[in-house]
Design a protein around this ligand. Sequence first.
Ligand SMILES: [Zn+2]
Length: 286
Amino acid sequence: MKLYPINAGNFKLDGGAMFGVVPKSLWQRTNPADANNMIDIAARCLLIEDGNRLILIDNGMGDKQSSKFFGHYHPWGNDTLDNSLKQQGFNKDDITDVFMTHLHFDHCGGSIKWNTDKTAYETAFKNAHFWSNKNHWQWATQPNKREKASFLKENILPIKESGQLKFTALPETDLLKNSALGFDIFFANGHTEKQMIPMINYKGKTICFMADLLPTVGHLPIPYVMGYDTRPLLTLDEKEKFLNLAADNNYYLFLEHDAHNEIITVKHTEKGVRLASILSTNDIFN
Ligand SMILES: [Zn+2]
């Protein structure tokens, strides 16, 4: 098995929204805000090459929205999904599986593109299965008013219409061992219904793709929960459980949204679970 980080393009989000009730005087130490109160955010996806399979976990915002739409998110840097795949020697047609942790636009927008004459949408990965789960799909296609702006129809419905949609099994507890993708999946319900956190066994290490369960290093303290979460009290419990497991088992936490830190490990301290080390994907994947 080989792993590759794939940066689908950096952007910015409002620091207040990213830290919910936490005062700016605290969060700005780890996540400094610009003059508009926006903080740096990455869309760091993960590519898994495993035998004949090439699995892409999440795919950023995509490029089909209007410039007005992207203007709200202040894109920065030169990375795009296509460039990053190319740098590793791949293109979209090579991908056999697109795994979507959840269907918020900044995680799955790259799944869909305009067709050549810009008259209709089509899947951007023509040879891939697209993986979600039944409960999250239902949640996203009949969205509540709170999350409606994050579940864009054009990112979601064309996947089903293409016939490329697949659902993972759902576990009775929060952990699905040995999913159809070959890795374990932790299911978390605080951010959104049935968000999926892949846990990949790689050369004896466990690499966890943290998605929106732990967006940046700054979100390590248990009460530092995003304003976007639909069930924040549940996020507290899920984060505490997961971070304790991570400290007990020395998991490597791959941070999708942290623009400046790729992978971290954590440790138990008297104050709770805290940062142990910051690592680069080069250290761990090569
Ligand atoms: Zn999300």
